[in-house]
Design a binder for this molecule. Structure first.
Ligand SMILES: *[C@@H]1O[C@H](CO)[C@@H](O)[C@H](O)[C@H]1NC(C)=O
Ligand SMILES: *[C@@H]1O[C@H](CO)[C@@H](O)[C@H](O)[C@H]1NC(C)=O
Ligand SMILES: *[C@@H]1O[C@H](CO)[C@@H](O)[C@H](O)[C@H]1NC(C)=O
Ligand SMILES: *[C@@H]1O[C@H](CO)[C@@H](O)[C@H](O)[C@H]1NC(C)=O
Ligand SMILES: *[C@@H]1O[C@H](CO)[C@@H](O)[C@H](O)[C@H]1NC(C)=O
Ligand SMILES: *[C@@H]1O[C@H](CO)[C@@H](O)[C@H](O)[C@H]1NC(C)=O
Ligand SMILES: *[C@@H]1O[C@H](CO)[C@@H](O)[C@H](O)[C@H]1NC(C)=O
Length: 478
């Protein structure tokens, strides 16, 4: 064992020496022959090295290689030397990149992950040529074609992108995850949409904090694999209708911090396969209306938290879902709620319920939800909500309260009395008819009496005809 450890130390120190010798000031960590990390973080590097340390080649041809240039001062990404391995990940996060050369990644066909976030890259720099693979020709005096690269994850977050080149993803057919968050996109223009539409294997799209307020109706047409989208920190006043086009594939929707005022039956139309929904930090959200969640027939997790003006959730918000209830986790923490309806949801079917940070009015309905319907057993440890009102219960755990005067509501959904003909018994009908007849009689009598009095009055006193003058229209009389 000791010998092994010593060997390890020797091997790694020799690696470090080698790196020094080649004047590449990076650390190489070799997990095993199939996993290698070249750490070039925080080393004041300002350009891409012309070659890699020899040891990089010790990785298997099926191995994984991660190269990170995190937090250096590279401004121009020139062509990167070839990297062995089956999956190559490279990070240029937090540099000063303003330009990327044509064919920058063409030596690394197995580049599956590329992080270009936190730089100064503009849309003009992002041309399809930068992602080209190798030039392939059988007879090079005529013409050949450029190959593709394996890129699956591309992080372009925190840059200076307004628009994407329509051919940008021409050579990245396997692009699965695209992060465009924190860019001044403002409007998803025609070419940007063409670019997105060409990334037909996209599963994850991050458009958070891109200053957009709408998504054209056909924007996601063709993105039949899109599973996850983040639209947080934008200027949407409604949840964009265009999501309906990916309704059959979309599983995760994040919609935090947008200026929406309410959620209603239009908000999530067609999102039948959504599994997880997050709507938080929407400062203007006040109301969740009837049937809001009704289209979400497969929802398992709902985060509706930190909406500090959210004061009302309709008791019909989950209308139509109760028979095939799929929700397991519901988080309603840190809103401005004071009451919930007992029949809002089948509380006992939840696994986790979050209700902290609201203004709960501890009344009989809440007691019913928490105690009789078992919601109190779904709070996570340390996450028991408090009563805010009435005064005498303020600050008590809502699981602690006993309200002796509450009627015993049963746990079945309330039987709302509906007046139908079949409910009528013959006796009722008879009473009704008699009642109506009685009222009619009284009316007639009253009418006769009034007429008699009137005629009497008219005879006795000769009154002047009353002139009604409309002050506005009668100026002509003056
Ligand atoms: C490679 O090593 C890192 C830790 O350095 C680990 O997180 C990762 O899962 C490993 N990858 C493989 C494919 O073994
Ligand atoms: C990479 O190197 C930097 C600088 O020596 C160090 O701070 C950082 O923790 C290293 N990262 C990894 C993943 O080893
Ligand atoms: C990068 O390093 C500089 C110091 O060289 C530091 O001031 C800065 O905060 C770092 N940036 C990030 C994103 O870590
Ligand atoms: C980046 O490097 C290429 C090739 O060396 C050069 O043509 C280009 O002008 C450089 N870009 C910038 C912004 O320096
Ligand atoms: C390549 O193209 C040239 C010009 O068209 C032609 O003369 C030559 O025969 C071709 N060679 C092959 C191997 O096809
Ligand atoms: C894309 O993925 C498929 C399936 O994994 C693979 O066969 C193909 O080689 C990949 N394309 C590129 C350009 O790597
Ligand atoms: C809950 O009830 C227990 C026992 O009655 C009591 O000791 C505790 O102070 C109460 N806590 C709150 C926050 O109401």
């Amino acid at each position: 064992m000791k010998v092994l450890m010593i060997l390890c130390v020797l091997v790694s120190s020799s690696h470090a020496l080698e790196a020094d010798a080649e004047n590449v000031p990076c650390d190489i960590t070799i997990q095993d022959s199939s996993n290698l990390t070249l750490n070039c973080s925080r080393r004041n590097i300002d350009e891409i090295p012309e070659k890699w340390p020899e040891t990089l080649n010790s990785v298997d041809k099926d191995g994984h290689v991660l190269i990170t240039f995190f937090n250096n001062t590279i401004s121009n990404v020139s062509q990167i030397p070839a990297v062995p391995g089956k999956k190559v990940a490279i990070s240029f996060k937090s540099n000063e990149i303003v330009d990327i050369e044509d064919d920058a990644f063409s030596n690394i066909e197995r580049l599956v992950y590329l992080d270009l976030s936190n730089n100064y890259i503009s849309g003009e720099v992002l041309r399809s040529e930068i992602f080209r693979g190798k030039y392939q020709c059988t007879n090079c005096t005529q013409y050949g074609v450029y190959g593709s690269i394996a890129l699956e994850t591309l992080n372009l977050g925190h840059n200076d992108i307004h628009s994407l080149d329509r051919y940008l993803f021409q050579y990245t057919p396997n692009l699965t995850r695209l992060y465009l968050n924190n860019n001044p996109i403002e409007i998803l223009d025609h070419v940007t949409l063409l670019a997105l539409a060409s990334a037909i294997n996209l599963q994850v799209l991050d458009l958070a904090k891109t200053d957009i307020n709408s998504i054209p109706l056909d924007a996601f047409k063709g993105l039949t694999k899109l599973q996850q989208i983040d639209l947080s920190d934008n200027r949407f006043v409604t949840v964009p209708e265009s999501l309906i086009l990916v309704g059959s594939s979309l599983k995760y929707l994040t919609f935090n911090n947008n200026p929406i005022n309410q959620l209603n039956d239009d908000s999530f139309v067609g999102l039948t396969n959504l599994i997880e929904l997050e709507v938080g930090e929407n400062d203007y959200l006040e109301e969740v209306k009837s049937s809001t969640f009704s289209p979400l027939k497969n929802l398992r997790v709902l985060h509706l938290c930190h909406n500090r003006n959210l004061r009302y959730i309709s008791h019909k918000a989950f209308l139509g879902l109760k028979d095939q209830w799929t929700l397991k986790e519901v988080y309603l923490d840190n809103n401005y709620l004071s009451e919930l309806s007992t029949d809002l949801m089948p509380w006992n079917k939840l696994e986790i319920l979050g209700m902290t940070g609201n203004n709960w009015l501890c009344n009989c309905e809440l007691a019913n939800i928490v105690t009789d319907q078992g919601a109190g057993a779904k709070f996570q440890t340390g996450e028991i909500p408090f009563c805010a009102a009435p005064m005498r219960l303020s600050g008590a755990y809502i699981t602690n309260i006993t309200l002796p005067y509450c009627p015993t509501l049963n746990t079945e959904p309330k039987n709302i009395r509906v007046f139908t003909l079949s409910n009528l018994k013959p006796k009722h009908i008879l009473y009704s008819i008699l009642g109506v007849a009685l009222i009619a009689c009284l009316g007639m009598l009253l009418g006769l009496l009034v007429n008699a009095v009137k005629s009497c009055y008219n005879k006795k006193i000769k009154t002047q005809p009353i002139r009604y003058i409309n002050l506005n229209s009668d100026t002509s009389f003056a």
